[in-house]
Design a protein around this ligand. Structure first.
Ligand SMILES: NC(=O)c1ccc[n+]([C@@H]2O[C@H](COP(=O)([O-])OP(=O)(O)OC[C@H]3O[C@@H](n4cnc5c(N)ncnc54)[C@H](O)[C@@H]3O)[C@@H](O)[C@H]2O)c1
Length: 278
């Protein structure tokens, strides 16, 4: 039986400079994989350097600056990975942003949101994924093997007032893209699955202090009564990447401390009724 081990395999992680992507990259290095970290920020070089220093096993690390919105840059990234390592076994397509007011915040209502704000999120979360998926699939179809793991979100599985319109819409589209691609890629022995994390402490909401009320409100909607940590997501990522999940494809796998076991989010997380007279 295949196991969780991925030692010796060639791995790409997009959005690997921080948060969930970085935790996934660290877990893969610890397992002895050859890991290529890619990120729009050049801090990815330092992040990769630290992983290499920490590494005690056979895992190796390389880093690339790449903006997933740029289709030519993504093509070059995939070509560089294959040129350096000979193949691509696992592709974690994880880069994503939010950065737009939620529908509970000023400017987040559907008739207030700018088209530029909408497009900004769609460009990274959906178009960026399209480019990264297209070029990962190009390599893996030719090899007749590979595993692609996409970071979706529980916000792609249901409405979520505490995040923005384009975030929910982009992650919902990501879910459809993963399912559709699984149909095509299966006959090439390439699997594709998605992770759907609940709230995880990362830099996606910025690096400053997080408002206590919002932190507590999210915590209250998680049966395990805490936010996730990036390492909480890395275990599922390894499972989906490795041979331990050899008959799994087209699946959307939730990792959220039990939050989606609730049928309803707490009513105090919904917008209050508008009682102003017309
Ligand atoms: N944190 C959460 O609560 C949560 C929940 C569900 C899903 N997610 C998803 O997890 C993924 C990782 O986010 P995170 O929470 O770790 O945030 P993060 O901000 O800590 O990390 C995201 C990384 O992606 C990089 N990135 C942003 N735009 C990019 C681009 N155009 N090209 C390449 N890299 C880019 C950033 O520089 C950053 O290093 C995202 O897809 C996000 O939507 C996060």
């Amino acid at each position: 039986m295949d196991t969780l081990h991925i030692d010796g395999q060639v791995v790409l992680v997009t959005g690997a400079g921080s948060g969930i992507g970085h935790a996934i990259a660290r877990a893969c290095v610890a397992e002895g994989a050859t890991v290529h970290l890619a990120d729009v920020s050049d801090t990815v070089h330092d992040a990769a350097g630290k992983l290499a220093e920490e590494s005690t096993g056979a895992g190796t690390v390389a880093s690339h600056v790449c903006d997933v919105r740029d289709k030519d840059a993504v093509r070059v990234l995939l070509d560089d990975v294959v040129a350096a390592s000979g193949r691509l076994d696992i592709s974690f397509l994880n880069a994503g942003i939010n950065g737009v007011p939620s529908l509970l915040q000023p400017g987040g209502a559907i008739d207030e949101l700018s088209f530029e704000a909408w497009r900004g999120v769609m460009d990274v979360n959906l178009d960026g994924l399209f480019h990264s998926l297209q070029h990962s699939a190009r390599v893996m179809k030719k090899q007749r093997s590979g595993s692609i793991v996409v970071t979706a979100s529980t916000a792609g599985l249901r409405a979520e007032p505490r995040v923005s319109y384009p975030y929910v819409a982009s992650k919902s589209a990501v879910v459809g893209l993963v399912r559709q691609a699984s149909l095509e890629l299966a006959r090439f022995n390439v699997r594709i699955n998605a992770l759907a994390p609940g709230p995880v402490v990362t830099n996606i909401g910025g690096t400053g202090p997080r408002p206590a009320a919002a932190v507590a409100a999210w915590e209250d909607s998680v049966p395990m009564r805490r936010w996730g940590r990036p390492d909480d997501v890395a275990g599922l990522a390894l499972l989906l990447a490795s041979g331990a999940s050899s008959w799994m494809t087209g699946g959307i796998h939730v990792v959220d401390g039990g939050a989606s076991a609730l049928t309803q989010i707490p009513s105090d997380a919904l917008p209050a009724p508008d009682t102003t007279a017309l």
